[in-house]
Design a protein around this ligand. Structure first.
Ligand SMILES: O=P(O)(O)OC[C@H]1O[C@](O)(COP(=O)(O)O)[C@@H](O)[C@@H]1O
Ligand SMILES: [Mg+2]
Ligand SMILES: [Mg+2]
Length: 322
């Protein structure tokens, strides 16, 4: 089986980008160790701080953020980073070629119940000149690479550099990421959806109507039964979609009028949308293609509907008709 470094060597990307992706992958091995040791490493529980978005930080949010920050600072080709756990952008190497956005630990509410968590990352080209928040505000189409690491029963890396999606599995014996699926393809049709149903009364009419019709199953307008899954970690839900298709959504809601969307564009929606499109799926907010959004700020939130292309189209039809 091909190792990650062999695969990166053979791909059309620059040596510098390959080296950056190697550093991200190597750091994820250390994160995987920390996650795996859990209570033994004293990493569970809250940190007693809040991030810029007013969310309680878990110890692991802070630890994994520092691990990635230190590794990227030492790597030398990253001009600046933006993280869910950093209020502002963090300038690094002045002449670096890349900007990196990441969610160091996705699915924070799963940490203390020993359930799925992951790391999501996105690499953008760094514009010349002094780095500032504006430098990051490029559409997702500009991403040079994106991926996630899922710390599950096995640790898996999903990666795209714009030439399809590869899945690597961390071999605990050799310590290498080994290529286990090349050219991931999301099935066009599906009978599975993922949404936090407890927010149902807060959704827009289009999403209400779409989910209501899925729930009617065989007897309803869709003429078939649908199954539902919700992992509460986008990495876990998107991984399932890459593996066996499905529709994943965290739609617009009015639960908190100040916060109509949950997922963050730059380090959740964009990297996942890049992976999903590269695997033949679709990713939209309901009204526009995620990768075409021009971001207005690094911590911007968006609605997300992604997965099997035909099913996403059906869902978008309900939005258009609403
Ligand atoms: O708890 P909810 O409302 O179901 O939200 C779950 C969603 O929130 C997230 O956990 C947000 O990510 P963080 O854990 O990085 O804040 C997503 O991964 C997941 O899809
Ligand atoms: Mg997250
Ligand atoms: Mg997070």
């Amino acid at each position: 089986m091909q190792t990650l470094s062999q695969s990166l060597e053979q791909s059309a990307i620059s040596k510098e980008l390959a080296s950056l992706l190697t550093v991200l992958a190597n750091t994820s091995k250390d994160i995987s160790q920390a996650v795996r040791r859990g209570a033994l490493a004293g990493v569970l529980g809250v940190a007693g701080t809040e991030n810029v978005q007013g969310e309680d930080q878990k110890k692991l949010d802070v630890i994994t953020n520092d691990m990635l920050k230190d590794a990227l600072a030492a790597q030398g080709s990253v001009k600046a980073l933006a993280s869910e756990e950093e209020d502002e952008i963090v300038p690094l190497a002045q002449d670096g070629q890349f900007l990196v956005c990441f969610d160091p630990l996705d699915g924070s509410s799963n940490i203390d119940i020993n359930s799925l968590v992951g790391t999501i990352f996105s690499v953008l080209p760094a514009p010349s000149g002094e780095v500032r928040e504006q430098s990051f505000l490029q559409s997702g189409r500009k991403q040079l690479a994106a991926g996630y690491v899922l710390y599950g029963p096995s640790t898996m890396l999903a990666l795209t550099t714009g030439q399809g999606v590869q899945l690597f599995t961390l071999d605990p014996v050799s310590g290498d990421y080994l290529l286990t699926v090349d050219g991931v393809q999301i099935s066009k049709d599906t009978g599975e959806f993922a949404i936090n149903m407890s927010n149902q009364r807060f959704w827009e009419p289009g999403m209400q109507a779409y989910i209501a019709d899925l729930l009617k199953g065989k007897e309803g307008p869709r003429g078939k039964n649908f199954n539902m899954r919700w992992i509460a970690a986008m990495v876990g839900d998107v991984h399932r979609v890459l593996c066996r298709g499905g529709l994943f959504t965290y739609p617009t809601d009015t639960k908190d009028p100040k916060k109509p969307f949950k997922l963050r564009l730059m380090y959740e929606a964009n990297p996942m949308a890049f992976l999903v499109e590269q695997a033949g799926g679709k990713a939209s907010t309901g009204y526009e293609t995620i990768l075409d959004i021009t971001p207005s700020e690094i911590h911007q939130r968006v609605a997300v509907i992604l997965g099997s292309a035909n099913e996403v189209d059906v869902c978008l039809g309900y939005h258009a008709g609403a």
